[in-house]
Design a protein around this ligand. Structure first.
Ligand SMILES: Cc1cc2nc3c(=O)[nH]c(=O)nc-3n(C[C@H](O)[C@H](O)[C@H](O)COP(=O)(O)OP(=O)(O)OC[C@H]3O[C@@H](n4cnc5c(N)ncnc54)[C@H](O)[C@@H]3O)c2cc1C
Length: 544
């Protein structure tokens, strides 16, 4: 017999159009040239908003990938088995072009539309976004070598998903996903410390021997791998299945037991006379792979912004339905301030992500290219660093439920830190910003032009821009050690300048004023929910 009735629990948040509801994202899609993609984005929004998709996201993260090093007869197979739920998620993301749509149909707004698609999927299930992102980002490296591009690009651009390796007679997949393997035990940030060796086989291919300490999505069809040749560090394409349908040597040692990102397998792998094909120039491996790194850094910003959106959407939903002390939580000003503050952070991250995505379109001018070089690094540092704390505060809005695995924010909290570590951890990115402003001064000029478009809109922002310019000047004159120790402070100032400038130009005044007051003014607090007095929280929440 039931001892009680269930009351005051919130209804399931499902059956919604996640694009429609995400006002900052819908506005940015229009602002950054992708109005033509709106019908498709609604389709994506409805797809990821279904209860079934949410369930798949949960299953993909609880029925985690399993490594099979050998088959039942003792032959090495080095395959990872994923739950069907993960395959369904990845298949839908590929089907909607979250991986390579911007390359398949380039043009103004192509990267904006692809970014929005990617973010909608990553909002609900982040792990699959790893191979999706790497496949998108691998294209420029492939294009350095026409014979490889000719063979592989049509497969990358395909909207089909096939999660098997297909060996033997069945060989011949028409689609492909791509991974990358740079990090070794002795060095991840310092890729030049890599010891994997590549030897010319004399038949147009190379043989690689060595190891990689992190190699995510090991069931991808090929990997961009860095290895040493006599000419230095070089970039190779290593397929999992060779042209005759046999397996390449790809010895997966084990899967990482990770804090989060559980649906996505990350492996340790060894190469032993593994076949690889040189990409780009021998000895210029970093140069070949650098554009891939830049684009995956952008996707770290997109992925974190997507996570912030999930956090805000779940928190806002909960507080609109939950009552405590005889009133809805949303109607209690202490809670309204917390959720509004979380929404401000999410809006700023979304505006930044979409502005950067647009700067990656093929019509980018020299100035846009210079802007994105610096702004991507600045934003990768700041947005990704803001992710974990944001998820933590959002899950607390759900009270005890937020701390349980029945709701998605515990998973999100464990997910967010990876985007700060992967593709350049905090210090590495901050030092990269210093490198850009000292070695490529046009990047700082382009950045300054961008943020200066908001000059005169708000006195606090004007003062911040003046102070940031002074910091930039000082950093470019300081000795290396002093500049490095102040690098994080500088990047923070640059990031806030960019975000505030973007919000002034594109968001309602209630949003930009609150952001500037809370993040740059003297009245903002350190934790979320400490907005300056007089903030129009109702206007901010109406967009959340
Ligand atoms: C879930 C996950 C998946 C991954 N998948 C892949 C993958 O698919 N392929 C791949 O190649 N790699 C992958 N990585 C590896 C990742 O890119 C590296 O872990 C990362 O680049 C950092 O390298 P590291 O671990 O060797 O740390 P280190 O390079 O040793 O850095 C340790 C710390 O020192 C700091 N640091 C480094 N240099 C300096 C400096 N000069 N001054 C001050 N501080 C510094 C860093 O910021 C960091 O905080 C993955 C990692 C994770 C967690």
């Amino acid at each position: 017999m039931a001892t009680h009735e269930v009351t005051n629990q919130v209804p399931p948040r499902a059956g919604l159009d996640e694009f429609e509801l995400n006002v900052p994202l819908t506005e940015a899609v229009l602002e950054y040239g992708a109005g033509w993609a709106v019908p498709d984005l609604h389709r994506v929004g409805r797809h990821v908003g279904t209860a079934e998709f949410q369930r798949d996201a949960q299953l993909a993260n609880t029925r985690v990938p399993v490594l099979h090093t050998h088959d039942e007869y003792g032959n090495r197979i080095d395959e990872v088995e994923y739950d069907d739920a993960y395959h369904r998620v990845l298949s839908a993301a590929v089907g909607f072009g979250a991986h390579t749509a911007a390359w398949a149909h380039p043009g103004p707004g192509a990267n904006t539309a692809r970014a929005a698609t990617f973010m909608l999927f990553a909002q609900i299930e982040p792990g699959h976004a790893c191979p999706v992102s790497m496949t998108h980002a691998a294209v420029p490296a492939m294009q350095t070598t026409p014979e490889i591009a000719q063979k592989w690009l049509p497969r990358l651009l395909s909207r089909e998903y096939n999660g098997t390796l297909r060996t033997g007679a069945a060989w011949g997949k028409t689609s492909a996903l791509i991974g990358m393997a740079m990090t070794e035990k002795q060095g991840g940030s310092d890729v030049r410390a890599g010891t994997t060796l590549a030897v010319d086989a004399g038949d147009g291919s190379w043989r690689l021997t060595g190891h990689k300490w992190f190699c995510s999505a090991p069931m991808s069809d090929a990997f961009l791998v860095l290895a040493q040749t006599q000419a230095g560090l070089s970039c190779f394409l290593v397929p999992r299945v060779l042209g005759d349908g046999t397996r390449n040597v790809f010895l997966i040692q084990r899967l990482k037991d990770k804090l989060g990102n559980r649906s996505n397998a990350s492996s340790e792998v060894e190469f032993d006379q593994t076949v690889g094909h040189l990409l780009g120039e021998e000895g210029r491996g970093v140069r070949t792979i650098i554009e891939m790194v830049a684009r995956t850094r952008l996707d770290c910003v997109l992925g974190t912004a997507a996570g912030m959106r999930q956090s805000v959407a779940e928190a806002a939903w909960h507080v609109r339905h939950r009552r405590a002390f005889e009133a809805r939580l949303i109607d209690q000003s202490a809670m309204a301030a917390v959720v509004a503050d979380l929404a401000l952070e999410s809006e700023a991250a979304t505006a930044t992500a979409m502005r950067l995505a647009r700067a990656h379109d093929e019509d980018a001018t020299q100035q846009e290219v210079a802007f994105r070089r610096l702004a991507t690094a600045v934003s990768k540092y700041w947005v990704c660093k803001r992710g974990p704390e944001h998820a933590y505060e959002a899950l607390e809005c759900l009270g005890g439920n937020g701390y349980t695995e029945s709701f998605p924010l515990a998973r999100r909290y464990r997910e967010q830190p990876v985007m700060a570590i992967w593709e350049g951890s905090g210090n590495v990115i901050a030092l990269d910003v210093l490198r850009a402003i000292t070695r490529e001064p046009d990047t700082a000029e382009a950045f300054d032009l961008e943020v200066s478009r908001a000059v005169g809109a708000h006195p606090v922002l004007d003062a911040h821009l003046t102070a940031t310019r002074r910091m930039l000047r000082d950093a470019s004159r300081a000795d290396a050690s002093a500049a490095a120790s102040g690098a994080r402070r500088l990047v923070e100032a640059l990031a806030l300048a960019l975000q505030a400038s973007l919000l002034v130009r594109s968001a309602p005044v209630a949003v930009s004023d609150a952001f500037i007051g809370a993040r740059l003014g003297p009245d903002g607090g350190r934790l979320y929910g400490t907005l300056p007095a007089g903030t129009n929280t109702a206007a901010i929440l109406a967009r959340a």
